[in-house]
Design a protein around this ligand. Sequence first.
Ligand code: TPP
Ligand code: MG
Length: 607
Amino acid sequence: MKTVRLTAAQAMVRYLANQMTEEGVPFIAGIWAIFGHGNVAGMGEALAGIRHDLPTYRGQNEQSMAHAAIAYSKQLRRSRAMAVTSSIGPGALNMVTAAALAHVNRLPVLFIPGDVFANRGPDPVLQQIEDFGDGLASVNDCFRTVSRYFDRISRPEHLLTALPRAMRTLTDPADCGPVTLAFCQDTQAEAYDYPESFFDRKIWHWRRPRPDENELERAVKAIRAAKNPVIVAGGGVHFSGATGTLAAFASRHNVPVVETQAGKSALSWDHASNFGPVGVTGASSANAVCENADLVIGLGTRFQDFTTGSWALFKNPARRILSLNVQPYDSAKHEAIPLVSDAKVGLELISAALGDHRFQAVDASLKEDWFAKADAVTAAPEDGNLLPTDMQVIGAVQRASRDNTVVMCAAGTMPGELHQLWKAGRPLSYHMEYGFSCMGYEIAGGLGIKMAEPDRDVIVMVGDGSYMMMNSELATAVAMGVKITLVITDNRGYGCINRLQMATGGEEFNNLYAHTNQASPMQIDFAAHAAAMGADARKVSSIADLEAALNGAREANVATVIVIDTDPYPTPEGGGYWWDVAVPEVSTRAEVTQARAAYEAALKERR
Ligand SMILES: Cc1ncc(C[n+]2csc(CCOP(=O)(O)OP(=O)(O)O)c2C)c(N)n1
Ligand SMILES: [Mg+2]
């Protein structure tokens, strides 16, 4: 057997650089790295040596670097991914939140945190925790719960089994998610005679699992028996590349489609079958269809609470649920009729079995009513003296957008309002991280999206709160010449949580800055802050100026930041659905007691 003597770190990166997609490009498109003593010598030396085949990017924070990596893969429908490496201890733990984000959203990312010495010579090394009763414990154990595959590389030859398992997980449509290979510091630097064949180029083919015949038969029978089915399109539709198939299916069989946050843009907003966003942040049209449906067909959805109205939405006493999902876990949720399958293949087979079967038309005026409401709240304000609403900001961004625009967000007021009000055209023109809804995903995520699709205009919608939590990858975007546009809606605090607090009977407390424990009122000049990181930044004072600034941003040659003050209180009415947020059972506040009574009544609607 021919062998090659390499350090474990050199072997790891050489292996990664040779794992290819069907399109002939490396599956791992690059690696984000922040070095410390736990990876600079081993991984650092190896990455410098391979930089022309596997580019290394240096961000400002391990978590946000991982956000960029994750957004990159989400935008490319998981067809490629990135890796992130850190030192041991704090650098490693900074990535745990991002690992959970990828875990919830079923997105591939490879974490390579440094780990303590396998030989235990220097114990305790700087940043090593000491467990008094467990000699194997390391901070990296935190990754176990939030990784689809976890391994600790404490001998060089562990890579021979660990790396293929890692790739299997990253490229498996059902098990896809974050992989953590905790890499002991001394092991990274240790040499071993690896078989040369281990580094042969390998192509990873995307699998499309076909349904079991009996499951398919039962599913088709259930669909044929239905009078008012609805398809709930989730993120799996994008991952499977099933958007065209879904459009054809919906038209041919006349089935209404509603979209989750991850599924939005599966169908163009103006497709006759698209009844809009579903659930808590949904449209009245979509939710009316769902209330009435006797068969809810989940298509690549996890059925999270925002989709199901905490399971109160699907009200029809006769309703059944069918869950077409590539992951068996999701297919069996809530006593669904399971159909384990790739979305595209599954839809094609169902369509063939249904033949010319068509369902009765759903009242199209539901949609017209909803859009009339949505258009009214997103229109440019007539009275320019009032503080703009976030809805009006959405309208301005929409009007300034083009066919190739991607609008993105993750947390705050904007995700719900964008879900309701944004008119998404092309598939993947809407990028929402609403599985983990992680504040701080936005700016780094925007960077990752633009790296994935440089030809698209990427508009990052970010609240003042999310901006304050994590903004430093803006400097990275500027330095890398990655041109994204940020719209910062400054409502001086956590507007959405403040409204939730009021809705649950609470007094306004600790959300908007005005209600926090502060000696001098917080006043942040976001434009100056962003400009200090090199962005082309300005504050605008009206919706008209925002629109003009957005149009100007296209010509800019650096990342652009536009700040606008908005009103923290108004929010779209007449669309959304109930959301289960537990209200205190006893309180001295009458408002809480009232909210509790409403809450208990609402709970009875759950099915
Ligand atoms: C990391 C993280 N911490 C806390 C939360 C809970 N949370 C959701 S939205 C939000 C406030 C967001 O404020 P901002 O970005 O200003 O948006 P706004 O609602 O004011 O428009 C908070 C605290 C979260 N989603 N993520
Ligand atoms: Mg805010």
